[in-house]
Design a binder for this molecule. Sequence first.
Ligand code: BMA
Length: 375
Amino acid sequence: MKTIRLVLFVLLIYSCNPKVDQIASKLVDKKADTLTVNLYKNLMELKNRKKILFGHQDDLAYGVGWKYEDGKSDVKLTGGAYPALYGWELGRIEFGDAVNIDSVPFDKMRMYMIQAFERGGVITCSWHAYNPTNGKSSWDDTKEKNNTVTEILPNGKHHTDFINNLDKVADFLLSVKTIKGVAVPIIFRPFHENNGDWFWWGQKHCTPEEYIALYRFTVDYLKNKRGIHNLLYAYSPDIKFENPTDYMNRYPGDEYVDILGIDDYYDFKSENPVEKVGNRLKVVAEHAEKHQKIYALTETGSNLVPDSLWFTSKLLAAIKSNPQAQGIAYVMIWRNAGEKEFYIPAPNHKSAADFKKFLNDCIILTNDNLPDMYK
Ligand code: BMA
């Protein structure tokens, strides 16, 4: 009898861990699973520890001059360690295709996500969504104003097409599970750079209310209709905002966003990149602090890294330029697509030594010095 009581007591403790419940109540998904809640908590704590996760898009899939070689990573090759965070892209999942917009097979992507998660890494996903009204890419048909967003929202004539696409995304997200059936937590970052005009969900193409409705519908659908509980949601406009309030103009709301982000390539091309990026991050930080959210530099990079000191004298300097900027939970560098598009230098590149120095800075976390993000 005693043993049974003890077992029941232990089960009770595990089934209602008040700490997890308390943190979960701050998340978009109140039913988020324990690993996802823990990830959120640990991302939140990075700020106090003054540490930043280093991330790279498509890191394990390919790099400059190679593709799908087991264990290979350009970050590791040049910097000596795997990243702490891994970005992936879902565009073309809508069509049931085997490969994504950048030819990465979804099966491999899933495998890499699980691999990275199993060694402690953090996973994030963008979605260059194809236009549900005409099947064209995110960028197509954006020269003139289009009405895609209104047409795909409930009661719109292409709503069912949008649902079909969303279901493909949901199926994939639900499939990212370890062999033991553990769902891999994923930071999902849909409809990014919404204040630019280059995507069909950009500011020229829909009102703030329409954009917000699109984002909210997507979140509600994934968590409530499809029962996905391993997602954190990131909101990441581009830098095209005139003043701080512009940044929040299309904000879907605290109930819909876990992480405030920004994609910033452009400021690095300006005359005072350190100051510009530093201030930009400060704006994000101020909003994040006000709304008690995690914040991050969700995408950045310098294509071909022509400035041999870019990583330390620009990126790191910008991050360190003010305490709020330094409070970002992560920075993610864009993909190494090939000779004409790469953001992590190869070992023989003139920026390689500087990249290594950046990666070894005491505020930067790679897979080698990553705390347990899931405990
Ligand atoms: C862009 C470029 C494209 C790519 C797209 C989606 O920034 O890298 O080559 O297809 O992202 O990943």
